[in-house]
Design a protein around this ligand. Structure first.
Ligand SMILES: C[S@@+](CC[C@H](N)C(=O)[O-])C[C@H]1O[C@@H](n2cnc3c(N)ncnc32)[C@H](O)[C@@H]1O
Length: 242
């Protein structure tokens, strides 16, 4: 079944919320003993968290982006970057230092993000594509060079549901990408690996000019998360945002 149809299938119509790795309190998401997607045991203050604190980053996730950037050369000065699922903001912190004063970084999340100098944050459900486009239009942005997504759905503990929620969130990322990503632009997505992963990747490979996958060392040992790095072909952008 094509992904677009599956998204319309009511049985796949989950509501999504999420949470992320903050320093202050262990996230209950990471202590769910039933979820196969989450590492156990949860180490709230592991070496990555300690390093993030030392270096002034809001979350340990920053080291995943750093690693991906070193490997795939994602961020360059002057870029416009859209970070989907950006709270608490460590990816934005890293991105803004790399795009420099001529670049732009816009972060969207269901949760408010404490301001980060040189960036713009928007409270926005990214599954509402029209809302995302409207928010970008209000910022006078009609295209972006790079989409980053570290989106994480809330987990149910049921393997197939959790991984499907992750795929479904990424379908929304792709809808946004189709509307605003520049020709030749790059989209980075986090996916929980599971039964639907191979089909999702196959469809991406059919539609994008380059698709790579990568594990990040800073991902928790038992995490099933994997990052997809997709580069759009030059005719990818079919519907201008404005
Ligand atoms: C792992 S955290 C992102 C961490 C971030 N990359 C950082 O470095 O600070 C995942 C985020 O996805 C967000 N999220 C989940 N579903 C969302 C949705 N439908 N719309 C917007 N954000 C969503 C959560 O609120 C959460 O903040």
């Amino acid at each position: 079944m094509p992904w677009a149809s599956r998204r319309r299938n009511p049985s796949c119509n989950f509501s999504v919320t999420g949470s992320c790795t903050l320093f202050s309190a262990p996230n209950p998401q990471y202590s769910n003993p039933q979820s196969p997607y989450l590492p156990k045991p949860y180490t709230p203050n592991d070496k990555w968290s300690q390093r993030a604190q030392r270096e002034g980053f809001r979350a340990r996730s920053v080291f995943k982006l750093m690693e991906l950037d070193e490997r795939f050369h994602l961020l360059t000065p002057g870029m416009t970057v859209l970070d989907l699922g950006a709270a608490p903001g460590s990816w934005m912190q890293y991105a803004v230092t790399n795009v420099g004063p001529k670049g732009r970084v816009i972060g969207m999340d269901l949760q408010a993000i404490e301001p980060i100098e040189g960036t713009t944050t928007v409270i926005q459900d990214i599954t509402d594509t029209a809302g995302v486009l409207k928010a970008l239009a209000a910022l006078n942005i009609d295209h972006v060079d790079l989409i980053l997504s570290d989106l994480a759905p809330s987990t149910s503990g049921i393997k197939d549901i959790d991984q499907w929620r992750s795929i479904e969130l990424n379908q929304s990322v792709l809808e946004v990408a189709e509307r605003v990503l520049s020709p030749g632009g790059t989209c980075v997505m986090k996916v929980f690996r599971g039964a639907d992963f191979d089909a999702f990747l196959r469809e991406l490979k059919a539609q994008w000019s380059t698709v790579r996958t990568a594990h990040a060392h800073a991902s928790r040992d038992r995490s099933k998360e994997i990052y997809i790095i997709a580069i759009s072909n030059t005719r990818h952008r079919e519907h201008p945002a404005r």
